[in-house]
Design a protein around this ligand. Structure first.
Ligand SMILES: Cc1cc2nc3c(=O)[nH]c(=O)nc-3n(C[C@H](O)[C@H](O)[C@H](O)COP(=O)(O)OP(=O)(O)OC[C@H]3O[C@@H](n4cnc5c(N)ncnc54)[C@H](O)[C@@H]3O)c2cc1C
Length: 387
Protein backbone atom coordinates (compact mmCIF):
# COMPACT_ATOMS: atom_id res chain seq x y z
CA UNK A 1 0.00 0.00 0.00
CA UNK A 2 2.45 2.71 -1.17
CA UNK A 3 0.36 5.41 -2.89
CA UNK A 4 -1.26 7.86 -0.49
CA UNK A 5 -4.98 7.30 -0.22
CA UNK A 6 -7.14 10.11 1.17
CA UNK A 7 -10.07 9.06 3.33
CA UNK A 8 -12.55 11.66 4.54
CA UNK A 9 -14.73 10.73 7.50
CA UNK A 10 -17.85 12.90 7.66
CA UNK A 11 -18.99 13.00 11.29
CA UNK A 12 -16.85 12.57 14.39
CA UNK A 13 -19.15 10.49 16.61
CA UNK A 14 -18.64 6.90 17.79
CA UNK A 15 -18.76 5.44 14.27
CA UNK A 16 -16.62 8.15 12.67
CA UNK A 17 -13.92 8.18 15.35
CA UNK A 18 -13.52 4.39 15.47
CA UNK A 19 -13.36 4.28 11.65
CA UNK A 20 -10.81 7.13 11.52
CA UNK A 21 -8.49 5.55 14.09
CA UNK A 22 -8.64 2.14 12.40
CA UNK A 23 -7.81 3.69 9.02
CA UNK A 24 -5.06 5.89 10.43
CA UNK A 25 -3.14 2.84 11.62
CA UNK A 26 -2.30 1.93 8.04
CA UNK A 27 0.68 3.37 6.18
CA UNK A 28 -0.26 5.10 2.97
CA UNK A 29 -3.67 6.23 4.26
CA UNK A 30 -4.33 9.86 5.24
CA UNK A 31 -7.46 10.45 7.26
CA UNK A 32 -9.46 13.68 7.64
CA UNK A 33 -12.44 13.93 9.99
CA UNK A 34 -15.02 16.65 9.30
CA UNK A 35 -17.15 17.53 12.33
CA UNK A 36 -19.07 20.70 13.25
CA UNK A 37 -17.69 20.90 16.80
CA UNK A 38 -14.09 20.90 18.03
CA UNK A 39 -14.94 18.36 20.76
CA UNK A 40 -16.14 14.77 20.69
CA UNK A 41 -19.66 14.48 22.14
CA UNK A 42 -20.32 11.48 24.39
CA UNK A 43 -23.96 11.25 23.35
CA UNK A 44 -24.59 8.35 25.70
CA UNK A 45 -24.05 10.77 28.59
CA UNK A 46 -26.16 13.67 27.30
CA UNK A 47 -28.90 13.10 29.90
CA UNK A 48 -26.20 13.63 32.54
CA UNK A 49 -25.48 17.07 31.08
CA UNK A 50 -28.96 18.14 32.25
CA UNK A 51 -28.14 17.71 35.92
CA UNK A 52 -24.40 18.41 35.66
CA UNK A 53 -23.17 14.94 36.65
CA UNK A 54 -21.11 14.90 33.40
CA UNK A 55 -20.39 17.46 30.67
CA UNK A 56 -20.52 14.76 27.95
CA UNK A 57 -17.59 16.14 25.93
CA UNK A 58 -14.00 14.97 25.41
CA UNK A 59 -11.34 16.76 23.35
CA UNK A 60 -10.77 15.27 19.90
CA UNK A 61 -7.05 15.40 20.73
CA UNK A 62 -7.70 12.52 23.13
CA UNK A 63 -9.93 10.30 21.00
CA UNK A 64 -8.40 10.81 17.53
CA UNK A 65 -4.97 9.51 16.57
CA UNK A 66 -2.28 12.17 16.30
CA UNK A 67 -2.08 11.52 12.55
CA UNK A 68 -5.80 12.19 11.93
CA UNK A 69 -6.55 15.64 10.56
CA UNK A 70 -9.58 17.38 12.03
CA UNK A 71 -11.60 19.92 10.05
CA UNK A 72 -14.17 21.72 12.18
CA UNK A 73 -16.97 22.35 9.70
CA UNK A 74 -20.24 20.90 8.44
CA UNK A 75 -20.47 18.90 5.21
CA UNK A 76 -23.24 20.35 3.05
CA UNK A 77 -22.99 18.11 -0.02
CA UNK A 78 -21.15 15.02 -1.24
CA UNK A 79 -20.29 15.18 -4.92
CA UNK A 80 -19.82 11.48 -5.58
CA UNK A 81 -18.87 11.96 -9.23
CA UNK A 82 -16.03 14.33 -8.33
CA UNK A 83 -15.17 12.60 -5.00
CA UNK A 84 -15.49 15.93 -3.19
CA UNK A 85 -17.27 17.19 -0.09
CA UNK A 86 -18.52 20.79 0.14
CA UNK A 87 -18.34 22.46 3.53
CA UNK A 88 -20.58 25.09 5.12
CA UNK A 89 -17.49 27.26 5.65
CA UNK A 90 -17.03 27.52 1.89
CA UNK A 91 -14.15 25.04 1.37
CA UNK A 92 -14.09 21.56 -0.09
CA UNK A 93 -12.25 18.33 0.78
CA UNK A 94 -11.44 15.68 -1.80
CA UNK A 95 -11.35 11.98 -1.10
CA UNK A 96 -10.49 8.62 -2.53
CA UNK A 97 -12.87 7.01 -0.01
CA UNK A 98 -15.51 8.55 2.23
CA UNK A 99 -16.92 7.26 5.52
CA UNK A 100 -20.48 8.50 5.98
CA UNK A 101 -20.90 8.78 9.77
CA UNK A 102 -23.20 11.76 10.40
CA UNK A 103 -25.16 9.94 13.12
CA UNK A 104 -28.60 10.98 14.25
CA UNK A 105 -30.42 13.55 16.35
CA UNK A 106 -33.89 14.57 17.47
CA UNK A 107 -36.82 13.71 15.25
CA UNK A 108 -39.67 16.09 14.52
CA UNK A 109 -42.74 14.12 15.64
CA UNK A 110 -45.08 16.25 13.57
CA UNK A 111 -47.29 16.78 16.63
CA UNK A 112 -48.79 20.29 16.85
CA UNK A 113 -46.69 22.55 19.05
CA UNK A 114 -43.83 20.05 19.51
CA UNK A 115 -41.38 21.79 17.18
CA UNK A 116 -42.13 25.13 18.86
CA UNK A 117 -42.37 24.20 22.55
CA UNK A 118 -40.75 20.80 23.16
CA UNK A 119 -37.09 20.31 24.05
CA UNK A 120 -34.85 17.36 23.25
CA UNK A 121 -31.74 15.68 24.62
CA UNK A 122 -30.63 13.75 21.51
CA UNK A 123 -27.85 16.15 20.55
CA UNK A 124 -25.66 18.44 22.59
CA UNK A 125 -27.18 21.67 21.29
CA UNK A 126 -30.65 20.48 22.33
CA UNK A 127 -29.38 19.21 25.68
CA UNK A 128 -27.70 22.54 26.45
CA UNK A 129 -30.88 24.47 25.62
CA UNK A 130 -32.89 22.09 27.75
CA UNK A 131 -30.51 22.51 30.68
CA UNK A 132 -31.03 26.31 30.44
CA UNK A 133 -34.82 25.88 30.29
CA UNK A 134 -34.75 23.68 33.38
CA UNK A 135 -32.53 26.16 35.21
CA UNK A 136 -34.98 28.95 34.37
CA UNK A 137 -37.99 27.08 35.76
CA UNK A 138 -38.71 26.56 39.47
CA UNK A 139 -37.65 23.18 40.89
CA UNK A 140 -41.30 22.38 41.62
CA UNK A 141 -42.43 23.09 38.02
CA UNK A 142 -43.97 20.10 36.20
CA UNK A 143 -41.69 18.43 33.67
CA UNK A 144 -43.06 16.05 31.03
CA UNK A 145 -40.88 13.46 29.31
CA UNK A 146 -42.52 12.12 26.16
CA UNK A 147 -41.41 8.62 25.12
CA UNK A 148 -40.35 5.71 27.33
CA UNK A 149 -37.58 4.24 25.19
CA UNK A 150 -34.01 4.21 26.55
CA UNK A 151 -33.49 7.98 26.15
CA UNK A 152 -36.82 8.82 27.80
CA UNK A 153 -36.23 6.43 30.72
CA UNK A 154 -32.73 7.74 31.38
CA UNK A 155 -33.81 11.38 31.11
CA UNK A 156 -36.88 11.01 33.31
CA UNK A 157 -34.94 9.19 36.04
CA UNK A 158 -32.03 11.62 35.97
CA UNK A 159 -34.33 14.61 36.43
CA UNK A 160 -36.52 12.96 39.08
CA UNK A 161 -33.47 11.96 41.09
CA UNK A 162 -32.37 15.60 40.97
CA UNK A 163 -35.68 16.54 42.58
CA UNK A 164 -37.76 17.52 39.53
CA UNK A 165 -41.47 16.71 39.37
CA UNK A 166 -41.59 14.39 36.35
CA UNK A 167 -44.41 12.82 34.36
CA UNK A 168 -43.38 10.16 31.85
CA UNK A 169 -45.84 9.75 28.97
CA UNK A 170 -45.05 6.31 27.55
CA UNK A 171 -47.09 6.28 24.34
CA UNK A 172 -47.96 2.68 25.25
CA UNK A 173 -45.75 0.67 27.61
CA UNK A 174 -42.88 1.63 29.87
CA UNK A 175 -39.66 0.50 28.16
CA UNK A 176 -40.97 -1.08 24.94
CA UNK A 177 -37.47 -2.28 24.04
CA UNK A 178 -37.18 -4.22 27.32
CA UNK A 179 -38.30 -7.75 28.16
CA UNK A 180 -41.62 -7.74 30.08
CA UNK A 181 -39.87 -9.06 33.20
CA UNK A 182 -37.17 -6.41 33.03
CA UNK A 183 -39.82 -3.66 32.98
CA UNK A 184 -40.74 -4.48 36.58
CA UNK A 185 -37.57 -3.20 38.29
CA UNK A 186 -37.75 -0.13 36.03
CA UNK A 187 -41.33 0.54 37.16
CA UNK A 188 -40.29 0.10 40.80
CA UNK A 189 -37.46 2.58 40.37
CA UNK A 190 -39.81 5.17 38.86
CA UNK A 191 -42.28 4.64 41.72
CA UNK A 192 -39.45 5.22 44.20
CA UNK A 193 -38.38 8.39 42.39
CA UNK A 194 -41.98 9.69 42.44
CA UNK A 195 -42.30 9.76 38.64
CA UNK A 196 -45.89 9.72 37.36
CA UNK A 197 -45.91 7.05 34.64
CA UNK A 198 -48.73 7.21 32.09
CA UNK A 199 -49.10 4.00 30.10
CA UNK A 200 -51.70 2.61 27.68
CA UNK A 201 -52.45 3.02 23.98
CA UNK A 202 -54.06 6.43 24.52
CA UNK A 203 -51.23 7.81 26.65
CA UNK A 204 -49.95 9.67 23.63
CA UNK A 205 -49.21 13.37 23.41
CA UNK A 206 -51.23 14.96 20.62
CA UNK A 207 -50.38 18.60 21.27
CA UNK A 208 -47.74 20.59 23.11
CA UNK A 209 -48.26 24.17 24.28
CA UNK A 210 -46.01 26.52 26.23
CA UNK A 211 -47.35 25.31 29.57
CA UNK A 212 -49.17 21.99 28.97
CA UNK A 213 -49.43 18.80 26.95
CA UNK A 214 -52.66 17.28 25.63
CA UNK A 215 -53.13 13.52 25.47
CA UNK A 216 -55.10 11.42 23.00
CA UNK A 217 -57.51 10.44 25.79
CA UNK A 218 -58.42 14.12 26.24
CA UNK A 219 -56.43 14.83 29.38
CA UNK A 220 -54.44 18.04 29.63
CA UNK A 221 -51.38 18.02 31.89
CA UNK A 222 -49.58 21.13 33.08
CA UNK A 223 -46.01 21.07 31.77
CA UNK A 224 -43.52 23.88 32.25
CA UNK A 225 -40.81 21.95 30.39
CA UNK A 226 -41.68 19.27 27.82
CA UNK A 227 -38.96 16.92 26.57
CA UNK A 228 -39.56 14.91 23.40
CA UNK A 229 -37.39 11.77 23.38
CA UNK A 230 -39.27 9.44 21.02
CA UNK A 231 -37.23 8.49 17.95
CA UNK A 232 -34.00 9.64 16.29
CA UNK A 233 -33.80 11.35 12.90
CA UNK A 234 -30.74 11.25 10.63
CA UNK A 235 -29.33 14.28 8.76
CA UNK A 236 -30.45 14.63 5.13
CA UNK A 237 -26.92 14.92 3.71
CA UNK A 238 -27.05 11.61 1.78
CA UNK A 239 -30.47 12.31 0.27
CA UNK A 240 -29.48 15.90 -0.50
CA UNK A 241 -26.39 14.55 -2.28
CA UNK A 242 -28.48 12.29 -4.51
CA UNK A 243 -27.46 9.06 -2.78
CA UNK A 244 -30.01 6.34 -2.20
CA UNK A 245 -31.60 6.46 1.26
CA UNK A 246 -34.40 4.62 3.05
CA UNK A 247 -37.64 6.27 4.20
CA UNK A 248 -35.85 7.62 7.28
CA UNK A 249 -33.04 9.17 5.23
CA UNK A 250 -30.38 6.60 6.13
CA UNK A 251 -27.79 5.83 3.46
CA UNK A 252 -28.66 2.46 1.92
CA UNK A 253 -25.70 0.07 1.90
CA UNK A 254 -24.92 -3.54 1.18
CA UNK A 255 -23.65 -5.89 3.89
CA UNK A 256 -20.11 -4.50 3.55
CA UNK A 257 -21.52 -1.07 4.53
CA UNK A 258 -20.86 0.22 1.00
CA UNK A 259 -23.35 2.65 -0.54
CA UNK A 260 -25.41 0.87 -3.18
CA UNK A 261 -24.64 3.83 -5.48
CA UNK A 262 -20.90 4.22 -5.04
CA UNK A 263 -18.23 1.81 -3.81
CA UNK A 264 -16.08 4.69 -2.56
CA UNK A 265 -18.70 5.66 0.04
CA UNK A 266 -18.99 3.48 3.13
CA UNK A 267 -21.34 4.08 6.08
CA UNK A 268 -20.68 3.76 9.81
CA UNK A 269 -23.21 4.25 12.61
CA UNK A 270 -26.78 5.47 12.85
CA UNK A 271 -26.79 7.20 9.46
CA UNK A 272 -26.45 4.03 7.38
CA UNK A 273 -28.81 1.10 6.87
CA UNK A 274 -28.44 -2.43 5.50
CA UNK A 275 -32.09 -3.02 4.51
CA UNK A 276 -31.91 -6.82 4.86
CA UNK A 277 -29.97 -6.67 8.14
CA UNK A 278 -31.43 -3.78 10.15
CA UNK A 279 -29.73 -2.88 13.41
CA UNK A 280 -30.76 -0.65 16.28
CA UNK A 281 -29.41 2.91 16.14
CA UNK A 282 -26.99 2.74 19.06
CA UNK A 283 -23.51 3.46 20.25
CA UNK A 284 -23.09 -0.28 20.65
CA UNK A 285 -23.63 -0.73 16.90
CA UNK A 286 -21.64 2.38 15.91
CA UNK A 287 -18.41 1.26 17.62
CA UNK A 288 -18.61 -2.01 15.69
CA UNK A 289 -19.59 -0.39 12.41
CA UNK A 290 -16.72 2.16 12.46
CA UNK A 291 -13.91 -0.44 12.39
CA UNK A 292 -15.97 -2.56 9.96
CA UNK A 293 -16.30 0.42 7.58
CA UNK A 294 -12.53 0.93 7.84
CA UNK A 295 -11.93 -2.76 7.09
CA UNK A 296 -14.11 -2.53 3.98
CA UNK A 297 -12.07 0.42 2.69
CA UNK A 298 -8.70 -1.14 3.55
CA UNK A 299 -9.60 -4.40 1.82
CA UNK A 300 -10.73 -2.51 -1.25
CA UNK A 301 -7.52 -0.46 -1.31
CA UNK A 302 -5.57 -3.71 -1.10
CA UNK A 303 -7.49 -5.03 -4.10
CA UNK A 304 -9.38 -7.60 -2.00
CA UNK A 305 -13.10 -8.33 -1.81
CA UNK A 306 -14.80 -6.54 1.09
CA UNK A 307 -16.33 -8.86 3.70
CA UNK A 308 -19.85 -8.64 5.16
CA UNK A 309 -20.04 -6.97 8.56
CA UNK A 310 -20.76 -9.14 11.61
CA UNK A 311 -22.62 -7.46 14.45
CA UNK A 312 -22.81 -8.68 18.02
CA UNK A 313 -25.09 -7.25 20.71
CA UNK A 314 -24.83 -7.97 24.43
CA UNK A 315 -27.83 -6.03 25.74
CA UNK A 316 -28.89 -2.56 26.78
CA UNK A 317 -27.47 -0.73 29.79
CA UNK A 318 -29.71 2.00 31.20
CA UNK A 319 -28.93 4.39 34.00
CA UNK A 320 -31.96 5.27 36.10
CA UNK A 321 -30.36 8.22 37.85
CA UNK A 322 -26.91 7.92 39.42
CA UNK A 323 -27.99 5.46 42.11
CA UNK A 324 -29.69 2.74 40.06
CA UNK A 325 -29.79 1.21 36.62
CA UNK A 326 -30.88 -1.78 34.61
CA UNK A 327 -28.83 -3.98 32.33
CA UNK A 328 -31.09 -5.81 29.92
CA UNK A 329 -29.25 -8.77 28.38
CA UNK A 330 -29.89 -9.91 24.84
CA UNK A 331 -28.99 -12.63 22.40
CA UNK A 332 -26.18 -11.70 19.97
CA UNK A 333 -28.82 -10.69 17.38
CA UNK A 334 -30.12 -7.99 19.81
CA UNK A 335 -33.31 -9.88 20.75
CA UNK A 336 -33.82 -9.27 24.45
CA UNK A 337 -34.14 -12.09 26.98
CA UNK A 338 -35.42 -12.19 30.57
CA UNK A 339 -31.99 -11.75 32.17
CA UNK A 340 -31.14 -8.47 33.80
CA UNK A 341 -29.14 -6.78 36.52
CA UNK A 342 -30.88 -3.95 38.33
CA UNK A 343 -30.46 -1.56 41.24
CA UNK A 344 -27.10 -0.14 42.27
CA UNK A 345 -25.23 -2.95 40.45
CA UNK A 346 -27.14 -2.07 37.29
CA UNK A 347 -25.95 1.54 37.65
CA UNK A 348 -22.39 0.25 38.09
CA UNK A 349 -22.61 -1.86 34.93
CA UNK A 350 -23.87 1.15 32.95
CA UNK A 351 -21.00 3.29 34.21
CA UNK A 352 -18.50 0.58 33.26
CA UNK A 353 -20.11 0.38 29.79
CA UNK A 354 -19.71 4.15 29.30
CA UNK A 355 -16.08 4.07 30.47
CA UNK A 356 -15.34 0.98 28.37
CA UNK A 357 -16.71 2.74 25.28
CA UNK A 358 -14.61 5.84 25.85
CA UNK A 359 -11.54 3.68 26.57
CA UNK A 360 -12.06 1.95 23.24
CA UNK A 361 -11.79 5.33 21.51
CA UNK A 362 -8.76 6.36 23.58
CA UNK A 363 -6.91 3.13 22.86
CA UNK A 364 -7.78 3.41 19.14
CA UNK A 365 -6.26 6.90 19.17
CA UNK A 366 -3.11 5.64 20.90
CA UNK A 367 -2.66 2.84 18.36
CA UNK A 368 -3.09 5.26 15.46
CA UNK A 369 -0.67 7.72 17.09
CA UNK A 370 1.95 5.02 17.58
CA UNK A 371 1.84 4.37 13.82
CA UNK A 372 2.51 8.10 13.31
CA UNK A 373 5.45 8.09 15.71
CA UNK A 374 6.89 5.11 13.83
CA UNK A 375 7.18 7.19 10.67
CA UNK A 376 3.64 7.66 9.32
CA UNK A 377 2.35 11.10 8.46
CA UNK A 378 1.31 13.41 11.33
CA UNK A 379 -0.68 16.29 9.94
CA UNK A 380 -3.52 16.76 12.44
CA UNK A 381 -4.32 20.43 12.74
CA UNK A 382 -3.60 21.76 16.22
CA UNK A 383 -6.20 24.50 15.89
CA UNK A 384 -9.55 23.79 14.26
CA UNK A 385 -9.79 25.16 10.76
CA UNK A 386 -11.55 24.48 7.53
CA UNK A 387 -9.60 23.48 4.49
C1 LIG B 1 -29.19 10.49 26.04
C2 LIG B 1 -28.74 9.37 25.15
C3 LIG B 1 -28.29 8.19 25.73
C4 LIG B 1 -27.88 7.13 24.92
N1 LIG B 1 -27.45 5.98 25.50
C5 LIG B 1 -27.05 4.96 24.75
C6 LIG B 1 -26.56 3.75 25.35
O1 LIG B 1 -26.53 3.63 26.57
N2 LIG B 1 -26.14 2.76 24.53
C7 LIG B 1 -26.17 2.86 23.17
O2 LIG B 1 -25.78 1.91 22.50
N3 LIG B 1 -26.62 3.99 22.56
C8 LIG B 1 -27.06 5.03 23.31
N4 LIG B 1 -27.50 6.18 22.72
C9 LIG B 1 -27.53 6.28 21.23
C10 LIG B 1 -26.13 6.63 20.71
O3 LIG B 1 -25.68 7.81 21.32
C11 LIG B 1 -26.14 6.84 19.19
O4 LIG B 1 -26.78 5.77 18.58
C12 LIG B 1 -24.68 6.96 18.72
O5 LIG B 1 -24.17 8.19 19.18
C13 LIG B 1 -24.56 6.85 17.21
O6 LIG B 1 -23.21 7.02 16.87
P1 LIG B 1 -22.82 7.67 15.45
O7 LIG B 1 -21.35 7.71 15.39
O8 LIG B 1 -23.59 7.02 14.39
O9 LIG B 1 -23.39 9.15 15.52
P2 LIG B 1 -23.20 10.36 16.53
O10 LIG B 1 -22.62 9.93 17.82
O11 LIG B 1 -24.51 11.05 16.52
O12 LIG B 1 -22.12 11.26 15.80
C14 LIG B 1 -22.38 11.86 14.55
C15 LIG B 1 -21.45 13.05 14.38
O13 LIG B 1 -21.62 13.56 13.07
C16 LIG B 1 -21.69 14.97 13.12
N5 LIG B 1 -22.38 15.47 11.93
C17 LIG B 1 -23.72 15.45 11.69
N6 LIG B 1 -23.97 16.03 10.50
C18 LIG B 1 -22.76 16.37 9.98
C19 LIG B 1 -22.36 17.00 8.77
N7 LIG B 1 -23.23 17.38 7.84
N8 LIG B 1 -21.04 17.25 8.57
C20 LIG B 1 -20.12 16.86 9.50
N9 LIG B 1 -20.45 16.24 10.66
C21 LIG B 1 -21.75 16.00 10.88
C22 LIG B 1 -22.43 15.23 14.43
O14 LIG B 1 -22.25 16.56 14.88
C23 LIG B 1 -21.77 14.19 15.34
O15 LIG B 1 -20.59 14.68 15.92
C24 LIG B 1 -27.92 7.26 23.51
C25 LIG B 1 -28.36 8.47 22.93
C26 LIG B 1 -28.77 9.51 23.73
C27 LIG B 1 -29.23 10.78 23.09
Amino acid sequence: MNANIEVVVVGGGYGGVTAANSLARRDGVSVTVVNPRPDFVERIRLHQLLTGSDDAVVGFGEVLGGNVRLVVDTATRIDAAECRVSLAGGGTVSYDYLVYAVGSGASDPGVPGAAEFAHWVSDIEGAERLRSALAASPASAPVTVVGAGPTGLETAAELAEAGRKVTLVCGNVLGPSLHARVRRPVARRFAKLGVTVLEGPRARVTEVTGDAVRLEDGRELPSAVTIWTAGFRVPDLAAHSGLRTDAEGRLVTDTTLTSVDDERIVAAGDAGVMPDHPFRMSCQAAVQLGPAAAATILRRIAGKKAAPVRMFFAGQCLSLGRDAGVTQFSYPNDKVNALSISGRTGAGVKEIACKFTLNKLLSGARKASSRASQGGTDDRLETPQAS
